[in-house]
Design a protein around this ligand. Structure first.
Ligand SMILES: Nc1nc2c(c(=O)[nH]1)N[C@H]1C(S)=C(S)[C@@H](COP(=O)(O)OP(=O)(O)OC[C@H]3O[C@@H](n4cnc5c(N)ncnc54)[C@H](O)[C@@H]3O)O[C@H]1N2
Ligand code: MOO
Length: 413
């Protein structure tokens, strides 16, 4: 019988757990974007990361234009008279060709170019029109109801920077400049697998002692929300040979492998052993709760994340550790995680030693103060503790028991 590498010897001292901040810093330093650059049409760019700065080649709007349907005027004229003579019209797409002279007004529509000479627009509700005689009920200020050329986007400015994650509104910005194609980093290809003899895919039949595999359903969805292509390696049994095959396939075909289960110290927890055999372990065991046995390493060029099998631990470590690492790998620069301060609305059990990511529900009271309460049972297998939550309650590593009224950090989902 072979001696298990993790088996404690008589004078065994458990290695210190790596603090989460150090784990993040270590991953940040080692994971840079190696993705190729490709050009794609706008309609395929949602969720991709820009591989070069986008410089505005136009002003937006391109010319001074009206924000109202009404009449273009010279504001100074209406200091001495309330009536002007209608001499033409400016429609969106069909500008007034001449110049607006003293005593004149031009009918103008929303979005239409401001005629030369005009410096204000009066909405049509504030005039009385009688054939070509227009009587103005108010005196407009210079510049009123005019949208200036370049007030949104200035020609020559960096509109979106290299590393920007393209969102729906960004496609609007790009389209407004007439841009039909952008350079992006090739999206990551990520393999996922669940490890464990007890697992059965939903739709199958449970034998005694078996459970349904829920981690892959969550992981697949988390990744597809990030615009990542997924290779699903399915359920891998607790056998070294099966794990070797799965890890080798992922290394050959993917940029990243994310597995769940088999990273703790149980007698069938082989994932780490096979990782060490085929690649390298970067770190293992973090000061995080849930998620302590999280493993990070590589299989050649393929980056490996080993999530713990407990469904809550897998979810939390994906959010807190894998998500930022994937952002790095995909070339993304912005950080989308926001933390706020809230007052604990009930006591929170916590022991010093690990950073806790408890699941909570936060709200604002009548004085505008944020309050947060726990979603109850915080066990690593209690998936409803996340489903019923709208935030993480982030409790620092050295913090102990939290009593009602103390301030805590929260991270909204
Ligand atoms: N002696 C010790 N035992 C354990 C320790 C420890 O430090 N010493 N750590 C505990 C912690 S903390 C965690 S977290 C778990 C993690 O263990 P593994 O990553 O090896 O995961 P498994 O043992 O394979 O499974 C744990 C648990 O989760 C269920 N599971 C696994 N995969 C899935 C899946 N895809 N879908 C749904 N549920 C899944 C599995 O059946 C187990 O119940 O280790 C502790 N033990
Ligand atoms: O670290 Mo484990 O994930 O607490 O159950």
């Amino acid at each position: 019988m072979s001696h298990h590498p993790e088996e404690p010897s008589p004078c065994y001292q458990a290695p210190a757990l790596l603090p989460v901040e150090q784990a993040l810093a270590q991953m940040h330093a080692s994971l840079t974007c190696r993705q190729k650059v490709q050009k794609v049409a706008l309609e395929s760019a949602l969720g991709a990361v820009l591989a070069e700065d986008v410089i505005a080649e136009l002003n937006i709007p391109p010319h001074d234009n009206s924000s109202m349907d009404g009449y273009a005027v010279r504001a100074a004229d209406l200091q001495t008279t309330d009536s002007l003579t209608l001499t033409g019209s400016s429609f969106a797409g069909a500008p007034f060709r001449g110049e607006l002279l003293a005593g004149e007004t031009v009918r103008i529509m929303t979005g239409a170019v401001i005629p030369t000479g005009a410096d204000a627009v009066v909405m049509q509700e504030q005039v009385e029109a009688n054939d070509t005689n227009i009587r103005f009920l108010n005196k407009p200020d210079t510049g009123s109801n005019i949208r200036r050329a370049g007030e949104d986007i200035r020609q020559g400015q960096v509109l979106l920077a290299k590393g920007h994650l393209i969102r729906a509104v960004d496609l609007g910005l790009l389209a407004s400049l007439g841009i039909a194609e952008v350079s992006i980093y090739t999206p990551l290809k990520v393999a996922i697998m669940s490890s464990g003899d007890e697992l059965v895919a939903p739709g199958g039949k449970l034998k005694e002692g078996q459970i349904f595999d829920s981690n892959r359903a969550v992981l697949r969805a988390q990744l597809s929300q990030l615009g990542i292509e997924v290779l699903d390696l399915g359920i891998v049994p607790d056998s070294k040979q099966a794990l070797r095959l799965a890890l080798s396939q992922a290394a050959a075909e993917c940029d990243v492998l994310i597995s769940s289960g088999g990273v703790s110290v149980g007698e069938a927890d082989f994932t780490k052993e096979i990782l060490a055999e085929l690649g390298q372990i970067g770190f293992w065991k973090l000061a995080i709760k849930p998620g302590k046995p999280f493993a990070f390493g590589n299989l050649g060029e393929c980056v490996f994340f080993g999530l713990p099998g407990n469904p809550v631990s897998a979810f939390v470590t994906f959010d807190q550790l894998v998500r930022p690492a994937l952002a790095n790998l995909s070339g993304q620069i912005q950080n989308t995680q926001v933390r706020l301060l809230a007052k604990a609305a009930d006591n929170l059990k916590k022991r010093p030693g690990r950073m806790d990511l408890q699941r909570g529900w936060f709200w604002q009271d009548e004085n505008g103060e944020l309050l947060v309460k726990s979603t109850g049972n915080q066990g690593s297998g209690v998936l409803t503790s996340i489903a019923n939550a709208n935030c993480y309650i982030v409790l620092e590593q050295q913090r102990g028991y939290v009593t009602t009224g103390e301030q805590v950090s929260i991270q909204p989902f």
